[in-house]
Design a binder for this molecule. Structure first.
Ligand SMILES: [Zn+2]
Length: 281
């Protein structure tokens, strides 16, 4: 199928970075949640940030799966993304993580984790509105190793563009344990070929003009506590991550952006890469 025909099938697609954004036909969409891009060599990829099933999207667009392969690029300077790599978490995986976060959040009020987040300048109410959680180490989940989560932790859910939790991290509240168990620990995937999201979006209820982009959940908590919306991207190699790029393109649209990579060489490369990408949009 021609690229121009695939674009024609969408409702007013507008170019955003290395792809296009349009209204998702599969749900009541007011946000341009449908991301569309061509991945090397010629495969079309649709992704609804609200989590619509791909089969439903394809059908609602009046397309069929074979239309997504061997796309003929008939538009000048069409952006093409390099290969997608590991798959995002399934709906079942997201549900399992969400259930874990909900249970941990129920234990947050009055817990050691609630006092711990004061070091980020955060009030208990702000922590609760982000859905932060506490576990004494006994809360179990398929994707968390017993050893890693055997100690008391602050649980930080990573909400995406649509508010769905596609990753979480736990930070040990105890400074006197093995280095391996300290710091931020992520769940492992038991099924191969999947990757948890490496991005989190902390937004206030009122719409804000400013957005800070930083590297990890600690800076994200500090930014949110100070009243600024924040997108954090773990691992500075975001440039090779189409999912992270798609979210960056969607959330930075029309906003003033502050790049706040760490003060080290990889943090500075993070700022430079992101700036170059945003300026190319
Ligand atoms: Zn949708």
């Amino acid at each position: 199928m021609l690229l121009s025909d695939l674009l024609q099938a969408q409702s007013n697609p507008r170019k955003a970075g290395r792809g296009w954004l349009s209204t998702c036909p599969s749900h009541d969409d007011r946000k341009s949640s449908l991301s569309f891009r061509i991945v090397e060599p010629a495969k079309a990829i649709f992704n609804c940030f609200a989590g619509c099933d791909n089969a439903d999207i394809i059908k609602a667009l009046g397309l069929e799966f074979p239309d997504l392969f061997d796309v003929e690029i008939d538009i000048d300077n069409a952006p093409i993304t390099s290969s997608a790599g590991a798959k995002p978490p399934t709906a079942g995986m997201i549900e399992t993580l969400t259930r874990y976060c909900t249970e941990a959040a129920e234990a947050f009020h009055g817990s050691p984790a609630e006092s711990y987040v004061e070091r980020f300048g955060m009030t208990p109410a702000q922590g609760a509105s982000l859905g932060l959680g506490y576990t004494d180490g006994s809360l179990k989940c398929t994707y968390l190793s017993d050893r890693q989560f055997s100690v008391p932790r602050l649980i930080v859910p990573f909400p995406g563009f649509d508010g769905k939790i596609r990753c979480l991290q736990g930070r040990s509240l105890d400074d006197d344990i093995d280095a391996e168990l300290q710091g931020w620990i992520s769940p492992s995937t038991v099924e191969g070929g999947y990757r948890w999201s490496n991005i989190g979006l902390f937004t206030h209820e009122t719409e804000q003009a400013d957005l800070l982009i930083c590297e990890g959940p600690g800076d994200g908590l500090t930014s949110y506590a100070a009243g600024t919306d924040c997108l954090f991207i773990r691992g500075a190699k975001f440039a090779s991550n189409p999912e992270a790029l798609a979210v960056v393109e969607a959330v930075t649209l029309g906003r003033r952006v502050f790049l706040a990579g760490d003060v080290d060489p990889s943090g500075q490369a993070f700022n430079a890469d992101l700036a170059a990408h945003l300026l190319s949009l």
